[in-house]
Design a protein around this ligand. Structure first.
Ligand code: BGC
Length: 420
């Protein structure tokens, strides 16, 4: 629907493209508004300003980017796209297909991006073989963030399986803590769900379900087990979770109110900003059962086509800044992720980041590397959002059982996937 609307207004949008942009104005849409995210973003604004440009912040609150992507569409259809926007995964191709994105192939060639990026990252940035987006990092999503003090007080070991976590919830509660820190927003429900799917079903199952979108896999007994396990976790969440931001959920772990959070490693940006050390104040472990797998989530920026030379120059500076080795190091130290560039220096990074880099390499070899569905990397946008709606309703509706959710997941795919 939105896509159709977008297409019908495409001509108007293209006609109006950026006649209004001031030479030194770099307007960038993003959703990095938490403490850790803002600290990471400051590295980018600093860099751009050092190049003589003026940063015009277009930030949209709401983790996961659902709000930001809606607002982006509104801006584009009204003829005023920003200069660049945080756009990820298959959506990069959608925007390029609509003819709205600038080809940055020459910048990429001059910077030798093909040799500098892992294949999985480079491929996600291209449309018809040409770069249309620049990556800044790789986030791992299948993490479990633990407050070890809380577990100790509850007399509980870090959970090795989802069932073990469910079994220990009673003790955690009796000791006065919330078992799982969570924010009741559809994307956070979906983030938790994909980690359960990976842990219970494994990487091949995950790929068939969320990348191939295979109806038989969505209807399989394994998926029933995934959904049953996921639903059991609902009871481990506190009553105040409704609509809580993800960073407020991380704060519950940081402040010793909750035992664990399941979230990508942008959560580590919050621990870092609070002065906490991994291994001492908190633990980062792969979500139960998913140690040999890796759900990747690449942050990237795409550039809307510009008419004026100075605007194009500003875009080139932005693209080069995003791919700079020193920038990626500083940015990712604050963001919690690892640099997108291969062979990045990792000596200033903490143990969680080093393990993420190692697991990223190892799982690319083993087949355990899979794109995050909750973070818009795996499926076409319409499918991703329809599946997210099903998963979130299922999680929050005590009357919906796993079989019904499975039927709805299959419908979410068949109604929204492009014909193959
Ligand atoms: C983005 C991260 C961001 C997180 C929370 C994810 O989809 O990739 O960069 O920190 O959402 O907003």
């Amino acid at each position: 629907m939105i896509k159709k609307l977008k297409q019908s207004l495409l001509a108007a949008a293209l006609a109006a493209l950026c006649g209004h942009t001031h030479a030194a104005d770099v307007e960038v849409l993003h959703w990095w508004t938490s403490g850790g995210e803002a600290k990471a973003l400051a590295e980018l604004t600093k860099k751009l300003e050092a190049n003589g440009h003026r940063w015009r912040d277009f930030s949209v609150t709401g983790g996961g980017g659902d709000n930001a992507m809606l607002l982006l569409k509104t801006r584009v259809v009204s003829g005023y796209p920003p200069m660049a926007a945080q756009i990820k995964g298959p959506e990069i191709r959608d925007w390029a297909e609509d003819g709205l994105l600038a080809d940055i192939g020459d910048i990429a060639k001059a910077g030798n991006w093909d040799a500098t990026l892992p294949t999985v990252v480079a491929n996600a940035m291209k449309y018809e073989g040409r770069y249309v987006a620049a990556p800044v990092n790789v986030h791992r999503v299948n993490w479990m963030w633990i407050n070890p003090e809380v577990l100790k007080k509850a007399g509980v070991e870090p959970p090795a399986s989802w069932d073990a976590l469910i079994a220990s919830a009673e003790n955690i509660r009796k000791a006065g803590f919330i078992p799982i820190a969570h924010g009741g927003q559809p994307w956070q429900d979906f983030t938790l769900f994909e980690s359960v799917a990976l842990g219970v079903g494994g990487a091949d199952f995950y790929r068939k379900a969320f990348v191939t979108l295979d109806p038989a896999t969505l209807q399989s007994a394994t998926m029933t087990k995934v959904l049953d396990t996921f639903k059991s976790l609902r009871k481990l969440i506190d009553a105040g979770a409704n609509n809580r931001e993800w960073s407020a959920a991380t704060a519950l772990v940081i402040n010793g109110k909750a035992a664990v959070q399941f979230m990508g490693d942008w959560a580590k940006g919050e621990f870092a900003r609070a002065g906490k050390q991994p291994g001492r104040d908190y633990l980062c472990l792969a979500a139960p059962g998913s140690d040999k797998a890796y759900t990747y989530n690449i942050d990237s920026f795409a550039f809307f086509r510009q008419r004026q030379d100075d605007a194009r120059k500003a875009q080139a500076d932005l693209a080069n800044a995003l791919m700079g080795a020193e920038f990626q190091e500083n940015f990712n130290l604050a963001k919690g992720s690892i640099p997108a560039r291969t062979n990045a220096r990792m000596d200033r990074f903490d143990d969680c980041a080093k393990r993420s880099a190692e697991a990223f390499r190892a799982t690319a070899q083993s087949g355990g590397l899979v794109p995050s569905i909750a973070h818009r990397m795996a499926a076409p946008e319409a499918v991703q959002s329809a599946m997210q709606a099903v998963v979130s309703s299922f999680f929050n509706d005590p009357a919906m059982n796993s079989r019904e959710a499975q039927t709805r997941l299959v419908q979410a795919v068949s109604a929204n996937a492009p014909q193959r």
